[in-house]
Design a protein around this ligand. Sequence first.
Ligand code: HEM
Length: 435
Amino acid sequence: MRASTVHRVRIPSLPGAMPLLGHIPQLRRQPSEFVRALRTRGDVVRFRLGPRWAYAVNSPALIRQMLVADAEQAASLRRRGSVGLVLHPSRIRQYAATMCEIAEARVDSWRHGAQILLDQELFSLTLTTVTQVLFRGRAGARLAEDVRGTLPVLLEGLGRRALTPVGALDRLPMPVNLRFRRAQRTLQEAVHRAIAEYRADGLEHGDLLSMLLTARDADSGAGLSDEQVHDELVTMLVAGTETTASALSWACYLLSRDGDAQRRFQRELDEALGRRDVHQVSHETLRELAFQQRVIAETLRLYPSTWMLARRPNSPVELGGYRIPAGSTVLFSVYALQRDPELFASPERFDPDRWLPKSSPGIPRDAYIPFDSGVRGCAGEQFARAEMAAFLSVIFSRCSVRPAPGGSPPVTRLMSMSSALPLIVRRRTPRERRC
Ligand code: HEM
């Protein structure tokens, strides 16, 4: 991360900071507009998170430099043990059929012509999928219920805290902070209860919780403490639910507004499925649907779920001739990067065909990083891709979707880019599916 020549030039600052709060109000109110404004100010820009400076890195080359040389490499690699095992690509095939069955049961409950809040449906579906993998035992089923009640509050609060890490604000006795702390406590107690029950019955449930409880450190032979098991589970829940739900909602949103793309996708599905249901075809068949893959790639370009990434280097960093002090918050926006007109032609347009093999070589490798790159990249990428392929295949083989009249435009939430999304669902007839 160290450049050989360091110009002692002051890093450009973003104007408009308020006393005490700095740029926090803008960042919380209109996060996507805020990060786009940062990009117009140069490769590295500083702004105020309350009383402290934070740094935004905007150039793809510098972002890459920062990611690859990330000072926290070792710590994150250590975390991959059981999570890595449970999310290993070789296990994904096992989960894929369950994912399809969960989606088919839910989509079958949608009435023809009904207005569905698709973002909520998809969040509930991804939560069901992840909890099935994490905890299968009886104690797990109860825990899944508690997770369902608390996770949305927790995700919202974590998003706010991650982007505006000013502890004093989060300690104020405001309803939003009290709700967050209550959700945190409820989830913590529920996870610890499930750990105690698993430890007591001593059975192997074939899920992540069992794996974590039997995991042993290769050198010392020691097991994980309850606190470590708790942290691993909560990380998976936080990292693996709203992210996929958000990507899926945006894919449905984009397809609902692009009739041609929706019909092309349905034709591709009809040809691949014939008279079969989605759960009757292999995981590989779904992953080979080329247009579907391009729709997913393009959705994650326009609406990367983890749209802002943060690093806190533990030694001073020199980037593009600027020096960033140790311990600073360094942010970069995947959202703004992937809409940069210098990197993508007509960047605001939904165009799955930009990912055709003949067009995509023009896209620089560093310009597209929805799952991050470097060692901290997404541990659940293959799981997420399988989930997206299964859910989109089920939804669009059985239904067509269009925007609900008067539906409010989608909103950008802090933790992930999710949309509030009412759509009208029309069930496709068997005849339509055969044409
Ligand atoms: C479309 C869906 C998803 C996207 C776009 C996505 C993206 C990301 C990104 C960008 C990171 C790195 C964050 C950072 O560098 O700070 C990450 C980390 C991670 N993701 Fe995903 N993710 C998705 C779905 C999933 C799923 C379904 C799972 C698990 C079932 C998962 C598990 C994880 C884990 C365990 C980490 C590491 C977290 C940590 O070390 O703190 N992700 N993901």
